[in-house]
Design a protein around this ligand. Structure first.
Ligand code: NAP
Length: 396
């Protein structure tokens, strides 16, 4: 991105964009409910394979049929169905694995996938620890495969954000863009969203050099000097990924001990294009129209210094996407949903899975496993309620 160019990284009018938006008219905001990450879909398309390439994105329109109480289960065509035995909210590894299992158990799942479908793996470059991919796989490519597999068995996937839910009685209800969706059971798999430093200057310059998505926006920083904030695996991964584009990446961490795994720390220190600065906090992002530098604080000595850079990537963790559920389900002090037994929530028939529950493991493979558990629990519960036929078809 040209320093003197006022266009944001999310600006649709960006004539420099090297690729078309693979999501068509869909607005992509990978940051989730807290309005977090600004992204450049065109840049994403340039940096990685188009997410969900070749897969039909169903963008629900208000003209779609609305299910009526007691309405047909099977009567609506599969393209416009708003009723299923399972409503799955979220489309990361947990939601889409739940959809694969639920669809194979004839539970007619509807996945309300969010306007930024695919979850956090859409922001991940190389996934090297998901079994079955010995050479690693791009996060967006992996989510394309999850989605294809869920659709193959008849899941209906709608890329909309859920505005509100009513879990007071069955069928449970969820509203998105004015359309009411109903399910005899619900699986919540809404994951978590990127956190920000919460500096005024950071917010002002978001999309003008400040980003939380290296795979989306890294392309704009070809040959530039940039910084990444954080001391976990995300920060290490983003810093390494960004060296594909940037001339130099400064990794800034507020302490001198890292949360990241040893392999990621070693890889970061071994990368000649990365300079690691410990005990270093960002006090201010400098620049009017675009990022021009950072005011840094030495957290040990209290000294301040300015660092000239043109891009800042924030990689400091996530918060769970539970806003629409917190009046219905139990949440802990950090906002994560609290499971009762297995994947059950406090409401019978409502199940919870993936990163929206799990702040300990937070891995694609554990989220996928959790999604499978939730679908199996939902199927057994529906059977016990006489809503689904007893089945031995599920693959367990
Ligand atoms: P994380 O492990 O929670 O690390 C967040 C980092 O950001 C910490 O170092 C923290 O500093 C720092 N931080 C938090 N708030 C900050 C603030 N306001 N200002 C400055 N720094 C701040 O989060 P993560 O890196 O996103 O990783 C989350 C989970 O995903 C982990 O389990 C991780 O292993 C996993 N993950 C795995 C991979 C992979 O295997 N390829 C990739 C990405 C993530 P302090 O240390 O001082 O608290």
């Amino acid at each position: 991105m040209d320093r003197n160019d006022n266009r944001t990284m999310t600006d649709d009018s960006n004539g420099e964009r090297p690729a078309t938006n693979p999501f068509g008219s869909l607005k992509i905001d990978f940051g989730g409910a807290n309005g977090s990450s600004p992204t450049a879909p065109g840049a994403l398309g340039a940096a990685v394979s188009p997410p969900f390439g070749g897969i039909r994105l169903i963008d629900a329109e208000p003209s779609e049929a609305v299910a009526v109480p007691g309405g047909p289960t099977h009567g609506m065509d599969s393209g416009g169905r708003t009723y299923g035995k399972v409503l799955i909210i979220g489309s990361g590894p947990a939601g889409l694995t739940a959809a694969i299992y639920a669809a194979r158990a004839n539970l007619e799942p509807i996945v309300l996938a969010g306007s930024a479908p695919g979850g956090q793996l859409m922001l991940t470059s190389d996934v090297e620890n998901y079994p079955g991919f010995p050479q690693g796989i791009d996060g967006p490519d992996m989510m394309t495969r999850f989605r294809e597999q869920a659709e193959r068995f008849g899941s209906r996937i709608v890329d909309v954000d859920v505005d509100r839910v009513d879990l007071s009685e069955r069928p449970f209800r969820a509203w998105a863009r004015g359309i009411e969706y109903r399910g005899e059971s619900v699986i919540v798999a809404t994951g978590a969203s990127a956190l920000w430093l919460d500096l005024e200057s950071e917010q002002r310059l978001r999309g003008r050099g400040v980003s939380a998505c290296a795979t989306c926006d890294g392309f704009f920083f070809k040959g530039r000097e940039i910084a990444v904030v954080g001391g976990g695996d995300s920060a290490m991964e983003e810093a390494n990924y960004l060296t594909k584009y940037a001339s130099k990446v400064h990794l800034l961490h507020r302490r001198d001990a890292f949360r990241a795994s040893k392999i990621m720390i070693d890889r970061t220190y071994d990368n000649p294009k990365i300079d690691v600065h410990t005990n270093t906090a960002v006090e201010e992002v400098l620049g009017d129209a675009n990022v021009e530098g950072l005011r840094l604080l030495d957290t040990e000595s209290g000294d301040r210094r300015d660092m000239p850079i043109e891009g800042l990537f924030i990689a400091i963790g996530h918060r769970p996407n539970t806003d629409v559920f917190k009046d219905w389900l139990d949440v802990d002090e950090k906002g994560y949903l609290v499971p009762h037994r297995h994947t059950e929530s406090r409401i019978p028939g409502v199940f919870i899975s993936g990163d929206v529950v799990d702040h300990r493991y937070r891995q694609a493979v554990t989220a996928a496993g959790d999604g499978a558990r939730a679908a199996i629990d939902a199927e057994r519960w529906l059977e016990s309620e006489g809503i689904a036929e007893a089945s031995t078809a599920t693959a367990w």
